[in-house]
Design a protein around this ligand. Structure first.
Ligand code: FAD
Length: 454
């Protein structure tokens, strides 16, 4: 890897390349997961598409793997450079390139974070809805097809991306989509890169939809005697077509962790955190329907957030739920299952998850974005304790088996992660050939497709 010093020809500022142990360690793991640490040989911090291209071409010529890195908040080991090589940290490519309030889109570099974007959108009364609980780069969020609390209303990242600029393993820079809301021109290449976890190319520019801030918001928490009853209430609410912005489930163990971590005194029973958004009269009207549906399913406790401060405190508690679990398991790292099932299967899937934990004698917490059938069993784990790890992997396997056998998926929003094929030219020759033939097919000079471009 002595040749890595030649990267200086591509990244002329040596402060934007590092082989310092701290930097290598930081880029050899994510922020919270139990996966092993495997350090890269070097970290580079490009600031332009040209520099990204230069690094990729350099790496391709020398057969060195490249692993893109945003903020390292992914939880499945996605940023771990399993074959070493170059960790490409995109956090300095953090410019908001354009805000088009009247067209409801923005153009950003991949290192812009969602909080940064939302701050910039506030003066326009706009916001970007996708909310994976904590701050993350938009490049990382595209690459994991992130979703989270608001997906029940706005969808996941895949529903927000209008276009991308991507540097392929060959160094070729391609653009997919554009600043238009719909298109029938050619294949959905934007969709191919969404959720590709850094395996197909480096995303260097993103065009995203943005939305008007809702006029009125109501937040409430609803407590139940059982988690299954709470999940049944979700299906009931969704069938009524209400103005639901978020509906989150948290079990009594999660609430207990939140109470300890955030010094709160929420009732330690399974709860739904619900937000209704829209015009005030719609929200107030829907609030009555929600209350009836909750009571029908045996809700034993309802609390409304009376003001903005209380609302923010409740959502902060929900957002930090996983961190609360970590805090009550000092020295441990997080493992979270991530199944997503059809809504009608949700109550039985949650019930089965609890049974599986009981069968293995493991006390994990359950929480999730249940408005779209996605929930997590969350555990604190000591990565050095191989027996515990094996037990938790078996639990995960059993939860996934249940989801798969009921038309669900193993991952609603976290992705596949560690073990994915690193981003290397040699392994991308077929992909690059496919892009070349797509280009040929849509070539305006091709007599069969006059005038079409991708
Ligand atoms: C406590 C906690 C709660 C979470 N809750 C949620 C949740 O509710 N919903 C949810 O969806 N996620 C959740 N996550 C996961 C995480 O926040 C998301 O996966 C996030 O989208 C990752 O963004 P990042 O900037 O940290 O990317 P990173 O973790 O740095 O990278 C993620 C992947 O993207 C690739 N990548 C990064 N930048 C680029 C680029 N420019 N081009 C190509 N590939 C790139 C990386 O190689 C890697 O494969 C949670 C994580 C934690 C720790």
């Amino acid at each position: 890897m002595g040749e890595l010093k030649d990267l200086i020809k591509v990244i002329p500022d040596c402060t934007r390349m590092s082989t310092k142990q701290d930097d290598l360690l930081h880029h050899g793991k994510d922020k919270s997961s139990y996966h092993p640490v495997l350090t890269p040989d070097i970290v580079v911090f490009p600031i332009t598409t040209e520099e990204v291209k230069g690094v990729v071409v350099f790496a391709s010529e020398k057969g060195i793997p490249v692993t893109p890195f945003g903020l390292g908040t992914s939880v499945e080991g996605q940023v771990i450079p399993i074959l070493g090589g170059i960790s490409m940290d995109l956090s300095l490519m953090n410019k908001i390139l354009e805000i088009r309030p009247n067209d409801f889109f923005v153009k950003v570099q991949p290192g812009v974070t969602r909080n940064q974007l939302n701050q910039a959108l506030k003066p326009y009364n706009l916001f970007f809805p996708v909310d994976p609980a904590l701050d993350a780069t938009l490049g990382g969020m595209v690459a994991t097809n992130a979703s989270g609390t608001t997906a029940v209303r706005y969808g996941a990242m895949k529903d927000q991306i209008l276009g991308l600029e991507v540097v392929l393993a060959s160094g070729e820079v391609i653009r997919t989509g554009g600043a238009f809301l719909k298109s029938s021109a050619g294949y959905n290449l934007t969709g191919l890169f969404t959720g590709s976890e850094g395996t197909l190319g480096v995303i260097t520019e993103i065009i995203l939809k943005v939305y008007a801030l809702p006029e009125f918001t109501a937040t409430l928490t609803a407590g139940f005697e059982s988690l299954e009853a709470a999940s049944r209430a979700v299906a009931g609410m969704m069938q009524n077509g209400l103005a639901i912005g978020c509906v989150e489930i948290v079990d009594e163990r999660t609430i207990n962790a939140i109470n300890q971590y955030k010094k709160m005194d929420l009732p330690e029973i399974p709860q739904l955190f619900i937000e209704l958004v829209g015009k005030e009269y719609t929200v107030m009207n829907d609030l009555d329907v929600v209350k009836k549906e909750l009571e029908l399913q045996g809700c034993v406790h309802i609390e409304y957030a009376s003001d903005k401060e209380q609302r923010e405190r409740l959502w902060m508690a929900r957002h930090e739920a996983a961190m609360a679990i970590m805090a009550i398991n000092p020295g441990k790292r997080l493992m979270a299952t991530d199944v997503c099932v059809p809504l009608s299967v949700l109550p039985s899937a949650i019930q089965r998850t609890r049974e599986i934990m009981n069968e293995y004698g493991v006390a994990g917490a359950i929480m999730g974005h249940v408005g779209d059938g996605n929930f997590h069993a969350v555990f604190g784990v000591d990565p050095m304790n191989k027996d515990d790890l094996r037990k938790l992997q078996s639990i995960n396997g059993a939860i996934v088996d249940y989801a798969l056998s009921h038309e669900g998926t193993c991952s609603g929003e976290h992705g596949i992660g560690i073990g994915k094929i690193p981003f290397m030219h040699k392994q991308h020759e077929d992909l690059i050939a496919i892009f070349k033939s797509i280009k040929k097919m849509f070539d305006p000079n091709n007599i069969m497709n006059p005038g079409k471009i991708i």
